[in-house]
Design a protein around this ligand. Structure first.
Ligand code: ADP
Ligand code: ZN
Length: 296
């Protein structure tokens, strides 16, 4: 049975066709303009394959309370044309298949948990460090939802003294994770795209400091069995050893686990096993879930 998947991003929408096991067979990408122009294109593409269900991993924030009349709508996004847009309802009305939506990072977390770095574990944290920072949590084998969904990108951190931009760039908060450590934050602080900074630039030690603070806060808050760090900025592999070492230093041996030792941490703070495919595989898995739930 074929499943359709949508990775809805602020600059592009990636549609994929795959199966319930998360294998991708076809893919097409469309620029994100207005909902009225973009969504019919997505549905035309997805509609051609006779899909049995649809999974969506979307930029947020999203309304994910299944009892809300706005379930599956995009909430208070700065992308004004999309604010309040009923993405799930609109796509379901056009495609007439069971569908499920979650945040892009929750989809990626689900995929890494089922098929990637967290296979066989009960819990996992997935964080993407790119244009924004977002995190998805699996706990007790399930994605965490609560009041809304986790917003780890806006976790408040301690700016360090040598940071030339200690307030960060988030329009909502001073010194939150996204404001201090996203790609645009790095670019604003150093006046050069994160992609172009040299390997020995002081930007990377500072970046590792903030990501280590996030890891420590996550470890003491909900004790994930593995932390997966993905997204464009994490292409800089030299960040991993810096983050691991600083996380151990900040924890000061307080949390007792073999994984939080010099020997264990290399397998604890890791890149995504599914590489850049975590999001799409996760969206396929959401579609497969929608199919199972419809059959129940
Ligand atoms: P998005 O978050 O927009 O979906 P990405 O995860 O690719 O996409 O993140 C884009 C951000 O990551 C940009 O700010 C870019 O500067 C940064 N980035 C991309 N590749 C690298 C790299 N190799 N090194 C450092 N930063 C990078
Ligand atoms: Zn913020």
């Amino acid at each position: 049975m074929l499943i359709g998947a949508l990775e809805a991003g602020g600059t592009k929408m990636v549609c994929s066709i795959g199966n319930e096991q998360g294998n991708v067979l076809q893919r097409a990408s469309f620029p994100t303009t207005t909902p009225e122009a973009t969504v019919p294109l997505l549905c035309d593409f997805l509609g051609k394959f006779g899909i049995a269900a649809l999974g969506i991993g979307s930029f947020g924030p999203l309304v994910l309370d299944p009892t809300s009349k706005d379930y599956g709508a995009i909430a208070n996004t700065p992308k004004l044309r999309w604010r309040g847009y009923p993405l799930l309802a609109e796509m379901q009305a056009r495609l007439r298949v069971p569908a499920k939506i979650d945040t892009d990072v929750n989809a990626a977390a689900l995929a890494e948990h089922r098929l990637g770095a967290g296979r066989g574990l009960g819990s996992l944290l997935y964080v993407t460090v790119g244009t924004g920072i977002g995190g998805g949590i699996v706990s007790g084998g399930r994605l965490v939802h609560g009041l809304v969904h986790p917003e780890l990108g806006h976790m408040l951190l301690f700016p360090v003294e040598e940071d030339p931009m200690p307030d960060g760039v988030c329009p909502f908060h001073r010194h939150c994770l996204e404001g201090l450590a996203s790609g645009p934050a790095i670019e604003k602080r150093w006046g050069l795209s994160a992609k172009l900074l040299s390997e020995d630039h002081p930007a990377w030690a500072l970046e590792a400091e903030y990501l280590a603070q996030m890891c420590v806060n996550a470890i003491v808050s909900f004790s994930p069995e593995i932390i997966v760090l993905g997204g464009g900025v994490m292409q800089r592999e030299q960040l991993f050893p810096l983050i691991r070492a600083r996380t151990l230093e900040l924890l000061s041996g307080y949390v007792a686990s073999d994984k939080l030792t010099d020997a264990g941490v290399g397998g604890y703070i890791v890149p995504p096993a599914l590489g850049v495919n975590s999001g799409v595989v996760g969206a396929l898995l959401l579609g497969a879930q929608a199919l199972r739930e419809a059959a129940d």
